[in-house]
Design a protein around this ligand. Structure first.
Ligand code: PHE
Length: 337
């Protein structure tokens, strides 16, 4: 019986080491000290022991009882202090609550929504295409000669000879026309990539909005009216656009459009380089070769296309001075919108 008592002592010490809550502590107490517990059983056995053994065995059992009792009490105090789930010490219900964090739309997503809504109002619908693009759609089908400088490795992230990260949203023009007969009236918001040195106004990935309108007799006048309407809707009634001749391989004639400077209102300041104008987009009449690559008959349709940077117009509208802020996700910046 002495052996049994020694064994129980070892067992108890192992079990108490595993106790980590008030609940398991109580279970252990009942198992050892309860009315039908282990110690009660030992005392019962003691009654049947021989006269000579009784005093020593009795002492052992009492010793075990005392050890169990004291260890349980110590463990109980320890659990209460550590803030066990049932006695959460350190919880003060009188403290004021914390305000939940409130999110808001990313300024870029909000600008996109605004722009899309304006073009929806003019009957454009949204189309999209892949960001990992074939050289054919990004360049060839858009009438880029093989040796055109923007195919240079410096500007384009190539995956391999034929595959690249699209450098603009214009490839979706051809992709869309291949699959849909005229008339076409689409806008294409999307991410584009350029292998550029990053600074306050250049990022290696940014967003563009492409526009394409093709029908039987679309004119340059339609292009100007559409974009001027967009500028007034997005920037306010005072916004004016001016068109300058430019060159793009996939439009003829081509133009770049400037908007009256949002800072000085056209008087000339640091932001607009004293010109009173800020460049915001590229545009033009779709080149006949682009219609041919897409399977349209250039004798039957005309169209205009335009493209602008979404970060760019959001920067102008909100006076944001660094394009990198759009990607950094600093909540001090984002929560202002
Ligand atoms: N894709 C041109 C760019 O990225 C913009 C553009 C689009 C110009 C459509 C003309 C027509 O700069």
């Amino acid at each position: 019986m002495q052996q049994e008592i020694d064994g129980l002592k070892v067992e108890f010490e192992q079990e108490i080491a595993n106790v980590d809550s008030e609940k398991s502590l109580e279970a252990l107490r009942v198992r050892y000290l309860g009315r039908k517990g282990i110690l009660a059983g030992l005392f019962k056995q003691l009654g049947a022991a021989s006269k000579e053994d009784k005093p020593l065995l009795g002492k052992s059992i009492h010793g075990l009882q005392k050890l169990v009792q004291e260890t349980l009490d110590a463990k109980n105090a320890e659990i209460a202090l550590s803030g066990d789930e049932l006695t959460p010490a350190g919880f003060d219900p009188s403290l004021p609550g914390r305000l939940p964090w409130r999110g808001n739309r990313h300024v870029l997503a909000a600008a996109l929504d605004d722009v899309i809504a304006i073009f929806h109002g003019m009957g454009f619908s949204v189309a999209d295409g892949p960001e990992v693009e074939l050289d054919f759609y990004n360049f060839q089908s858009l009438n880029f000669p093989d040796d055109h400088p923007s195919r240079d490795l410096q500007d384009t992230f190539y995956v391999d000879n034929d595959v690249l990260l699209r450098t603009h949203t214009s490839p979706v023009q051809v992709r869309y026309m291949e699959n849909n007969p005229p008339p076409v009236r689409i806008i294409v918001p999307g991410r584009v990539y350029r292998n550029e040195a990053i600074d306050a106004s250049h990022a290696a990935e940014f967003h563009q909005m492409e526009g394409l309108y093709v029908d039987k007799s679309v004119t340059l006048g339609d292009l100007k009216t559409t974009l001027s309407h967009f500028a007034r809707e997005y920037f306010g009634p005072a916004a004016k656009l001016r068109f300058r001749p430019h060159f793009f391989p996939f439009t003829e004639p081509s133009a770049e459009a400037d908007m009256t400077c949002f800072i000085c209102g056209g008087k000339g300041c640091r932001v607009c380089g004293n010109t009173g104008w800020i460049e915001i987009l590229g545009a033009g009449m779709v080149h006949p070769n682009v219609f041919s690559s897409a399977g349209y008959n250039p004798e039957e349709v005309t169209g205009f296309a335009f493209g602008f940077g979404i970060e760019r117009i959001a920067m102008l509208k909100y006076g944001i001075e660094d394009i990198r802020l759009f990607l950094e996700n600093d909540t001090r910046f984002l929560s202002q919108f």
